[in-house]
Design a protein around this ligand. Structure first.
Ligand code: ADP
Ligand code: MG
Length: 751
């Protein structure tokens, strides 16, 4: 790290290292070079433009699209001890006076403003007199038509380059966004006229998010089940949640249902007046409200970083908007869940909406309709498919995805967590689908997935009969499934390489390289289906704090909220949840140990140290907790722990495994489900590398599994299971195969 950054980073932010690409982005600015920094939500873009002015000792001008975002940022900077001001249409006279005073004194480091204000008469001259060392465009995707938040005023930001006095200063322009599409990125560079910019594109994957996609049934019941997973451990209420609905009516109905059940919930949609909307957004920011049930109108201004659940009660219009909305979960880097409830009705609804002419104004040009339909097809195949969700999202945005542990997959989606149920008769269903595609393509041109589904379901509709597809031997082979599910199977078979979907506007389906093997039964495919959430296999994997630590956390949270109220700022500008968690774990007893906590800078330690230490001392005394515990004693996230460490669940189960207790006994002793404990066992085997796993898998079965793996030259569980069960000698559970495969692998790594 550039040595000039160390001191301000510790003093104002309490960090001693930078996140990926922050260093590169800051270096470009310090060197006077233009830059485009693309980091996912929560990636730490603000630091990239907030740090350089402290080194250059000249202010940075920041363009931001929303007043709420500006105000929060100013509050946050001031709390961290950095002189900052925002200039916009809703300033109070005191704000105005303070901004003027800071500017005049030369102490101002960060000046925020809106694009509208920037272009108002004389403003650029004023900025030029401040001699800014750099100019930052936050949420820069707003400049692009192709983005999701296009704002015409952003188009005029190019004047930052043409204004003579400002141009003469030669301050570099930095653009910052989380938008992943290359088209938007190029647009930003072109529109802003960036010169030879340093383009820094981070990984789009959000490893702290767990994605789930489930068929929609009884919405309220499903919503309740999901919210229950996010109840606060020792306090009232649930963690911050946003529920997205497709219509205003749905938001109001669901919000009042949740209120009736005793939750703190409110609706938010564009039909409400501005005051009501502002109040809901503000209550949510200030932690007075747990749940917002909203349409997409609830958007960019939400910077509350501790949102733990984003629930889509309907299919979003595109993967881009899904990524954007789920991006609001877990900005603080702590685990969060994204649940999408999906039904064929949503597809029909969007199709209707996209194709029907608007109530007023020009109908959309055909290419816009086509592009929207293509986006819909993409998000639908995400929902119907059964590929790792992290992988599917990363690859959609053109990045390869590599899970840390290939065996466990991402460990952060319903697919890799094996929450999906295997479809009975998978192989037969797969063969029927493949045969149908084969018949259709033998007879004429390839058709789309919807048509293939219609034929399989035996629908005697014009598109089918006109082509004579009702005469195919495969017509009506799958009458028992819903159309959307058959399309989902087709998606899964595409993922397996058994089918190929042509790219382009009218994606047709043809046989893939793996189809022949499946049709000859030489290869087994596993089709899965999402299960409704009553299924008890879904558990909350959030195991960050013990109950006692949670008591400390909640006491600190209350203190944070009160302190924030007094200062008139949102709580998250005081300390993030990550900092409160670390404080709850380490429980510093003195200013010396307090300053070691990541996220506690010298400035905040001065301002809040006494308050924090008093809260900690009080709760620790009440619960007889030791102070000054070693930091980082437990993994802090849901992610699979590094090879050496164990999740806290596995750690608790380890003593049982060491004495060879069977999974069922351990499950009973711990009050956990056997499937959960079986996961702990795999983890434990990986880290402990026991000589034998005989207590859990009889040696004879071990031999058979081992032999099958050798014979098939694979470590994939599905084919091994299929192979072992082929002789009719009975079922071999996946769990047992997984135990053996894990043990085989670590046994060979044994030093
Ligand atoms: P973005 O604008 O990219 O969505 P933010 O700038 O709001 O992200 O930062 C998200 C969170 O990450 C904030 O809580 C911030 O304090 C934290 N953060 C940023 N940089 C670092 C760092 N180098 N080390 C630790 N935390 C960081
Ligand atoms: Mg940001």
């Amino acid at each position: 790290m550039d040595p000039r950054l160390i001191e301000p980073l510790k003093k104002h932010w309490g960090f001693d290292s930078l996140r990926p690409l922050q260093g590169e982005s800051i270096a470009a600015t310090l060197a006077g070079r233009d830059s485009l920094t693309v980091l996912p939500t929560g990636g730490g873009k603000s630091l990239c433009y907030q740090l350089p002015p402290l080194v250059l000792k000249r202010p940075t001008l920041v363009i931001s699209p929303l007043i709420a975002l500006m105000n929060d940022q100013v509050a946050s900077l001031r709390v961290a001890g950095i002189p900052a001001a925002a200039v916009h249409s809703q300033m109070s006279p005191e704000d105005r006076a303070q901004a003027r005073e800071l500017a005049a004194s030369g102490r101002l480091r960060v000046l925020l403003t809106s694009p509208e204000r920037l272009l108002s008469p004389g403003f650029l001259d004023f900025v030029a007199r401040l001699r800014p060392g750099a100019i930052a465009i936050d949420e820069a995707h707003c400049i692009s038509h192709w983005g999701h938040d296009f704002r015409p005023e952003y188009r005029q930001l190019a004047t930052l380059r043409t204004h003579p006095a400002l141009a003469a200063l030669g301050a570099p322009l930095g653009a910052y966004t989380a938008t992943a599409t290359p088209r938007v990125q190029q647009d930003i560079v072109d529109q802003l006229g960036l010169r030879d910019p340093a383009v820094l594109v981070g990984r789009f994957d959000r490893p702290n998010l767990t994605y789930r996609i489930q068929p929609r049934g009884m919405v309220l019941k499903q919503v309740m089940a999901a919210i229950q997973r996010h109840r606060r451990p020792v306090a009232r209420g649930v963690h911050a949640t946003i529920i997205y609905c497709l219509t205003r009516k749905e938001t109001s109905a669901l919000a009042s249902d949740l209120c009736a059940k005793g939750f703190s919930a409110a609706a938010y949609h564009a039909g409400m007046n501005a005051d009501e909307r502002r109040r809901v957004a503000d209550d949510f920011r200030r932690e007075r409200l747990d749940i917002v049930v909203a349409t997409v109108a609830f958007g960019m201004g939400i910077d509350r970083p501790d949102v733990r659940l984003i629930l889509h009660a309907g299919l979003p219009e595109s993967i881009e908007s899904y990524q954007q909305q789920t991006g609001r979960a877990g900005r603080d880097g702590l685990p969060a869940e994204c649940l999408l409830l999906y039904s064929s009705a949503d597809v029909a609804r969007w199709t209707r909406l996209i194709n029907s002419p608007p109530a007023e104004g020009e109908p959309a040009p055909p290419e816009v309709i086509e592009s929207r339909m293509q986006h819909l097809a993409e998000v639908r195949s995400l929902a119907g498919g059964a590929r790792c969700r992290h992988r599917a999202l990363s690859e959609h945005f053109g990045q390869a995805y590599q899970p840390a542990d290939p065996d466990r997959g991402c460990a952060g989606c319903d697919v890799c967590l094996r929450e999906l149920a295997e479809l009975p008769e998978s192989q037969t269903v797969a063969r029927k689908v493949l045969s149908c595609v084969a018949r259709i393509t033998q007879r004429g041109p390839a058709m789309g997935a919807g048509h293939v589904a219609d034929v399989l379901m035996g629908r005697r509709i014009a598109t089918v009969t006109q082509r004579g597809h009702d005469q195919l031997s495969t017509f009506g082979l799958l009458p028992e499934f819903e159309r959307e599910r058959v399309i989902g199977f087709i998606d899964q078979l595409v993922d397996e390489g058994c089918l190929v979907r042509a790219p382009g506007q009218y994606p047709t389906i043809t046989l893939g390289h793996a189809a022949a093997d499946v049709l000859r039964d030489e290869r087994v495919v596993r089709l899965v289906e999402a299960v409704l959430p009553e299924d008890e296999r879904i558990t909350d994997r959030r195991e960050g704090l013990t109950t006692a630590e949670s008591e400390v956390f909640e006491a600190l949270r209350l203190w944070r909220r009160q302190t924030a109220e007094t200062r008139g700022v949102p709580p998250f500008v005081i300390f993030a949840d990550t900092v409160l968690e670390e404080l709850s774990r380490c429980r510093p007893a003195s200013p010396e140990t307090l300053i070691n906590i990541r996220g506690v800078g010298t400035r905040k330690a001065e301002a809040f140290g006494a308050g924090v230490l008093a809260v900690i001392a009080e709760v620790a005394a009440r619960l007889s907790l030791p102070l000054d515990a070693a930091p980082g004693s437990r993994p802090r996230s849901l992610k699979p722990p590094p090879a050496a460490g164990l999740s806290s669940g596995a750690e608790a189960a380890a003593e049982h495994f060491r004495r060879g207790a069977p999974v069922l006994d351990v499950a009973e002793a711990m009050g956990r489900k056997p499937s959960t404990v079986s996961g702990y066992l795999t983890e434990w085997i990986q880290s402990e590398r026991p000589k034998s796993v005989a207590p859990w898998v009889p040696p004879a079965l071990y031999e058979r599994i081992d032999a099958a793996a050798r014979e098939l030259k694979t470590d994939r569980l599905g084919p091994i299971k299929q192979h072992l069960e082929a002789d009719g000698s009975g079922e071999v559970p996946f769990d047992q195969i997984r135990i053996v495969m894990t043990h085989r692998r670590v046994a060979t790594q044994r030093p």
